[in-house]
Design a binder for this molecule. Structure first.
Ligand code: PLP
Length: 382
């Protein structure tokens, strides 16, 4: 059968091909971003009780009112940001929320600025819809914002930009000053800002999460995306959300209905109970555990003679692998896999050109014993 033009726009995931190579070798897969901590009991039991109580049919496409309310309360609780539940759309993961937002807000041919290194789904979502990504590079190890470079990519077709905060894959956490500069820039050029805040609770050292909704110049022009996959370790439940002005949520809801109908009903209750019942210590412990893992694995990378960019948030580390044998990032990632049995993602997955050819990304959200073994093996690269 003849495939559509759209079906050819999505690049084969480098993460999946490394995962396959890793499985063939029986290695440790640090390519894939799966948070494999236990799911909080409250979340499991909330979903189980909901199933038993008959919450198994379609929900409103925007999400159950109790969950939309819990999300708006969460924004108040963590960030002192006031939103109304009508500003929330629950979707099938942050992935579904982003897709729906792009469908509602972008036209084919619109240019959308991505910071490099980017999260591959952002780029693929845009290209699958006929939008055109343009790129502004942030340089390792500091990933500093370059406003001159941002101004340089603006054209009459630029309609939006994407920020990932904390960022996958760089671990960059945007400061308030940086977000204010982005806000002023977005205002000047009348841009929509998609703010993917999936890793909002994964913060290390003195990093603080500032949501785009807390920046006055961004408040009415941003779509904040987040979800429960990582914070409750339920990547397979497919539950995420968008927060945007009510008129945008109304447009998104129609598309969400068309594509997903609604997010899984009893699982929405599980996430609601998690938001309602888990105390602050749950979130601080989550950050503490991941900070320990970050330090453990970055230490091993140093010992191996590699140069990691120490992440301030999220749970990935980009590492310079210039010293590893191999002609490019893919060859180097394979060399690391073959010598240590540890899989990473070749840097090209995060750049539109060959800027990632001396980089790989490791995901350190692994059970501690597995991570300790991986660290031990990586040290042997020296
Ligand atoms: C930056 C970012 N956004 C979104 C997602 C996907 O979220 P969800 O599982 O809610 O679709 C991921 C998963 O790796 C991610 O890294």
């Amino acid at each position: 059968m003849r495939l559509s033009e759209r079906s050819g726009t999505i690049e084969q995931s480098h993460i999946r091909s490394m995962t396959r190579a890793c499985n063939a070798l029986g290695g440790i897969n640090m390519a894939q971003g799966v948070c494999d901590l236990d799911v909080p009991r409250e979340v499991i039991e909330g979903a189980y009780a909901a199933m038993n109580e008959g919450i198994n049919i379609y929900t409103p496409t925007e999400g159950l009112p109790r969950l939309r309310n819990a999300i708006s309360m969460k924004m108040k609780r963590f960030y002192d940001v006031e939103i109304v539940p009508e500003q929330v759309l629950v979707s099938d993961g942050a992935t579904g929320a982003f897709y729906t937002a792009c469908m509602a807000l972008l036209n084919p041919g619109d240019e959308v600025i991505l910071f490099e290194p980017y999260y591959g789904y952002h780029r693929s979502t845009l290209t699958s819809l006929g939008a055109i990504p343009t790129y502004v590079r942030l340089e390792a190890p500091e990933w500093k914002l370059d406003m001159g470079a941002l101004e340089a990519v603006i054209s009459s077709k630029t309609s939006a930009m994407v920020i990932c905060n904390p960022a996958n894959p760089s671990g960059k956490v945007y400061t308030r000053e940086e977000l204010e500069m982005i806000g002023a820039f977005a205002e000047k050029h009348d841009l929509i800002v998609f703010a993917d805040e999936m890793y909002e609770h994964f913060l290390y050292g003195d990093a603080v999460h500032i949501t785009a909704l807390d920046i006055p110049s961004l408040k009415d022009r941003c779509v904040v995306l987040s979800g429960f996959s990582k914070v409750f370790s339920i990547t397979g439940w497919r539950l995420g959300y968008a927060i945007a002005p009510v008129s945008v949520i109304e447009a998104m809801a129609q598309l969400n209905d068309l594509i997903y109908v609604c997010a899984p009903a009893p699982l929405q209750i599980g996430a609601t109970v998690g938001l309602e019942e888990l105390g602050d210590s749950y979130y601080s412990e989550l950050a503490r555990i991941h900070e320990h893992k970050r330090d453990l694995f970055c230490g091993a990378l140093h010992d191996a003679g590699l140069i990691p960019s120490i992440p301030g948030g999220a749970y990935y580390v980009m590492t310079d692998v210039s010293t590893v044998a191999g002609s490019d990032d893919f060859a180097k990632a394979m060399e690391i896999l073959e010598r240590t049995g540890v899989a990473s993602v070749p840097g090209r997955a995060f750049y539109h050109d060959d800027a990632g050819k001396n980089m790989v990304r490791f995901c350190y959200s692994k059970p501690l014993d597995v991570l300790e073994e991986a660290a031990e093996r990586i040290r042997k690269l020296r």
